[in-house]
Design a protein around this ligand. Structure first.
Ligand code: FES
Length: 101
């Protein structure tokens, strides 16, 4: 795994997400309650982008058909058991945001 600079602090508003592409890997980067989270960017339901989903605490709602995921653990919170998105460690240094990919 390698830390890759992906954004500057302030680029992502509170309780929102932004899709980033790190060497071909699509990642949804979220900022919620003062923390950054990184999770794979395509919903496990129909592979649609989940970064624009509504964020409430550690939960994002997929904007397509309302599946809910914990953005810290990647776990799907409804519909099916055992579904887990890949999550990535996020680090902030000197105003820069890094994701461990
Ligand atoms: S694509 Fe996310 S809920 Fe359907």
């Amino acid at each position: 795994m390698t830390l890759v600079k992906v954004a500057r602090q302030g680029e992502i508003g509170e309780n929102t997400g932004k899709e980033i592409n790190v060497n071909g890997t699509r990642i949804a980067l979220y900022y919620a309650s003062g923390k950054y989270y990184a999770m794979e960017a395509l919903c496990r339901h129909q592979d649609k982008p989940i970064a624009p989903g509504k964020v409430d605490g550690e939960v994002v709602e997929c904007p397509w058909h309302s599946w809910h995921y914990n953005i810290r653990t990647g776990e799907l919170l409804d519909y099916l058991s055992g579904v887990k998105m890949t999550t990535y460690k996020v680090d902030v240094k000197g105003g820069d945001i890094y994701v461990d990919v």
